[in-house]
Design a protein around this ligand. Structure first.
Ligand SMILES: CCCCCCCCCCCCCCCC(=O)SCCNC(=O)CCNC(=O)[C@H](O)C(C)(C)COP(=O)(O)OP(=O)(O)OC[C@H]1O[C@@H](n2cnc3c(N)ncnc32)[C@H](O)[C@@H]1OP(=O)(O)O
Length: 208
């Protein structure tokens, strides 16, 4: 799997991706997603004056109105695709890959203010979201057939801070028939914040 920090994954035939159209705004979508992520962080942390809130509401409603006219079927959707830098989405924080191979993925991630639960800690529900994405990438990497999460077990070992570069590791542990066991861990420096084990099941031909 050829991969760089947030450039998107390419070169794995099992993703079976159609080429990205050049004329669909794709070059600017990753930057737009970055701006939206920053918007979410700033908005979460702000007490904005009423006039600013009113103006933001006006502009967002205007964008929504335009976007309603450009809705496409899932097969044509660009946002969230694995080959688009940062997936051009704002759900999961951008992951920076330091090392990847058929059986592992190591890198860094930072949760912004948007993910704040309380007292500087990341909301607990955001951590399985990250692990599902990381473990799913390992499961579906290395030329393996597509799989789907059957379970995801997460242990919270210590507070995961927002606004801090965290280190993650994910590794392929073993395979039993269609079952793949993948593990992951998230660290703040030397402190283990959370660890996860996931079971991924290889999809049968035709299984969507
Ligand atoms: C805008 C945002 C963009 C984001 C952009 C991110 C892009 C980044 C992409 C990276 C990649 C992400 C990857 C994420 C992947 C998902 O998140 S997938 C979505 C969440 N998962 C689901 O919806 C799965 C729902 N469940 C199912 O579809 C089916 O239950 C499954 C998992 C396919 C299994 O069903 P099945 O094929 O009929 O298989 P089945 O015979 O039941 O089980 C096979 C074996 O597994 C065992 N098994 C099955 N389930 C379990 C279980 N829960 N516990 C224990 N054993 C089990 C069975 O006992 C059986 O064992 P054996 O008898 O063979 O020993």
């Amino acid at each position: 799997m050829a991969e760089t920090s947030d450039q998107g994954v390419t070169g794995d035939p099992h993703w079976n991706l159609t080429p990205l159209p050049a004329d669909r705004g794709a070059p600017d979508l990753p930057r737009l997603a970055e701006a939206l992520r920053e918007f979410n962080d700033l908005m979460t942390g702000a007490v904005a004056p009423p006039d600013l809130v009113k103006e933001m509401l006006r502009q967002v409603e205007a964008f929504n109105s335009e976007l309603r006219a450009h809705q496409v079927p899932e097969r044509d959707q660009i946002i969230g695709r694995i080959d688009v830098p940062g997936r051009a989405q704002g759900l999961i924080p951008v992951v920076h890959t330091d090392s990847s191979g058929p059986d592992h993925l190591h890198g860094r991630v930072r949760f912004g203010r948007y993910y704040l639960g309380r007292n500087g800690a990341v909301y607990g529900g955001a951590i399985p979201l990250l692990f599902d994405s990381l473990l799913g990438r390992v499961s579906n990497g290395g030329g393996r057939l597509p799989s789907r999460t059957a379970y995801l077990h997460v242990d919270y070992r210590s507070i995961t801070p927002i606004g801090t570069d965290l280190r993650f590791e994910a590794r392929f542990v073993r395979e039993e028939g269609r079952k793949r066991f993948i593990e992951g861990a998230l660290y703040n420096g030397d402190t283990l914040c959370a660890e996860a084990e996931g079971l991924f099941i290889t999809l049968r031909p035709g299984q969507a």
